[in-house]
Design a protein around this ligand. Structure first.
Ligand code: C2E
Ligand code: MG
Ligand code: MG
Ligand code: MG
Length: 280
């Protein structure tokens, strides 16, 4: 009954594809081409110590500039890559690029580099070895690398936890990303192999626009102290007032548009550690 369909309609296994499915396939194809041509790039956002305003680290964020689509949001293409199997390739390229950029911009030798890792990558038993080899080849010490994983990744499986433990043993620190957006179990943080917590903007602010909730900050700081976690980072800080409030509550680190937007290496990593927040 193919004859009844509109001319030019795409059929797969005899059934017509809907518009969403078509769009997914076309995104998958374009993404694969971009990865193979090494067109994906990396931007960096500073992490700032609220006591004094020093830049203490940078988060590497994948960027896909596409001729027709413009800048595709990582939320969209990372999810696609997790579905279509490209994530391991993308993740390794982002890591290598970020390590190379860090080495090239030597003024940031004493800062950490944070790289996002998907649960799909952690499920691959080769992952930890690949990370350690990349560090070795780029000549970056393990204690200058942070790996950001979501809570669900941490709870996922024994195999993924084994990868994290191996990385941690080598001196790489593990941060829980977007803490408070998932099925946050405060108790689980204590049992997990982690060194730091990134508190999501959603958890910090109960209403929009609002100021960081002191109760949340205090609770997370208590939890962290109990678990021996030292790196606590407030995410998504968008105003000077938020910065002051967080600093007054004893939040050690923060990240957000107010402190610095993600930017290419040539801009984000270039200048020496100028304070972004003036001390008082
Ligand atoms: P994330 O790891 O939580 O990264 C923080 C996101 O928040 C970034 O979005 C950043 O641009 C944005 N952001 C920073 N400051 C502010 C702020 O003050 N306000 C608001 N509203 N947003 C802020 P981006 O770059 O679009 O990345 C989105 C997500 O995509 C990341 O969330 C991360 O989960 C994922 N992602 C990005 N790069 C990679 C990667 O290389 N590998 C993997 N697996 N995931 C990645
Ligand atoms: Mg992150
Ligand atoms: Mg985050
Ligand atoms: Mg996120």
């Amino acid at each position: 009954d193919a004859g009844r369909r509109a001319p030019g309609a795409v059929t797969v296994c005899g059934s017509p594809m809907d518009a969403d499915a078509l769009q997914r396939v076309s995104l998958d194809i374009d993404l694969r081409r971009a990865v193979e041509a090494d067109r994906l790039t990396v931007h960096y956002q500073p992490v700032v110590a609220l006591d004094g305003g020093r830049i203490v680290g940078h988060e590497a964020l994948a960027r896909w500039p596409d001729q027709e689509r413009g800048w595709v949001s990582p939320d969209a293409f990372i999810a696609a890559a997790e579905r279509n199997g490209l994530i391991s390739d993308i993740g390794l390229r982002v890591l290598r690029r970020a390590l190379r950029d860090k080495r090239r911009y030597g003024s940031y030798r004493n800062t950490w580099l944070s790289v996002n890792v998907s649960v799909v990558q952690l499920e691959d038993e080769a992952f930890a070895g690949q990370v350690l080899r990349a560090l070795d080849e780029e000549g970056i010490p393990a204690d200058e690398l942070r790996i950001e994983v979501t809570e669900s990744a941490l709870l996922a499986s024994a195999r993924s936890r084994a990868q994290l433990i191996e990385l941690r043993r080598a001196g790489i620190r593990i941060l829980v990303d977007d803490f408070g957006t998932g099925f946050s179990s405060l108790a689980s943080v204590r049992r997990l192999p982690i060194d730091g917590i990134k508190i999501s903007r959603e958890l910090l602010h109960d209403e929009e626009p609002g100021l960081p909730d002191p109760t949340v900050v205090r609770a997370v700081r208590l939890l962290a102290a109990g678990a021996g976690v030292t790196d606590i980072i407030a995410e998504g800080v968008e105003s000077a007032l938020e910065v002051r409030t967080l600093a007054a509550l004893g939040m050690p680190y923060a990240q957000g548009f107010h402190l610095g937007r993600p930017a290419p290496a040539s801009r984000a990593l270039r200048w020496p550690g100028t304070p972004l927040v003036s001390p008082n």
